[in-house]
Design a protein. Structure first.
Length: 255
């Protein structure tokens, strides 16, 4: 294992068997439509923020083009096999055109209402730290804001994040660890609801949180190195409607 990331760590902690299928065996499975939508929205917002760091305010027409380009790239990537571990898209009964429209509208709403209130000094900031056992922990900060180096995490969701979830969120701890100092993290959610809106939840991480996260990452890397990946069937995430690997997990040939 060369690197560890927050997404790998979260998957391992939720279900080791799922981690094995995704990152070790690299079993091809369809990607959920909402993941494609979320990835597209994220790319469009990153482009908006990047342009604003250069003193350019994107027009709504440009935002539409950003979203359309990212959408097409995401769909093509996941349907032609280039993703490596993807095998098509599971639209889950939703019309692609409706998803595109909802996501693009939120991206344009972000551009008009939220982006002017933010001052980003860096976007998609790559950071890495070497864990005490020599494993590299790698991640990207969505945006680093002026004037206090607070961290912005932006994503599309259908559920507002409660404060208690933000206060224990692993992504926030990973951000602070990668930045290397106590941090304030804002989760900015574009809520895809009947009446779309934005929701912001703010949390903090201190030195103790960073130390705890480092120990967690080291212990997790040991699990990966030993190659023992039992299933985790007791949570809400275990089921054919939620986990794309459910059928594989129940097939003896994969053991």
């Amino acid at each position: 294992m060369v690197t560890l990331s927050q997404s790998k760590l979260s998957r391992l902690l939720r279900c080791p068997r799922s981690f094995d299928f995704a990152y070790v065996k690299k079993v091809p499975v369809p990607v959920a439509a909402r993941m494609v939508l979320g990835s597209t929205y994220h790319a469009a917002v990153a482009r908006i923020l990047t342009m604003r760091t250069r003193g350019v305010e994107p027009t709504q027409e440009e935002v539409y083009d950003f979203f359309q380009t990212a959408w097409q790239a995401n769909v093509e990537q996941r349907t032609d096999g280039n993703e490596g571990v993807a095998s098509g898209i599971d639209w889950q009964g939703e019309a692609p055109a409706d998803l595109f429209s909802a996501g693009c509208d939120l991206a344009q709403k972000f551009n008009a209402e939220v982006a002017p209130t933010l001052r980003a000094k860096a976007v998609e900031l790559r950071r890495e730290r070497v864990l005490p056992n020599g494993i590299t922990f790698l991640g990207y900060l969505d945006a680093l804001l002026e004037p206090d180096d607070s961290i912005l995490d932006h994503k599309l969701s259908r559920r507002a994040m409660p404060q208690r979830d933000a206060d224990k969120d692993l992504q926030a701890s990973a951000y602070a660890y990668l930045l290397g100092k106590p941090s304030t993290i804002s989760f900015l959610q574009a809520l895809d609801l009947k009446e779309p809106r934005f929701n912001t939840v703010v949390t903090t991480r201190g030195e103790a949180d960073m130390d705890w996260f480092e120990v967690l990452a080291v212990e997790a890397s040991k699990v990966i190195e030993h190659g023992v990946f039992p299933p985790s069937p007791l949570g809400w995430w275990c089921g054919p409607e939620i986990c794309a690997y459910f059928a594989h997990c129940r097939t003896p040939s994969w053991f």
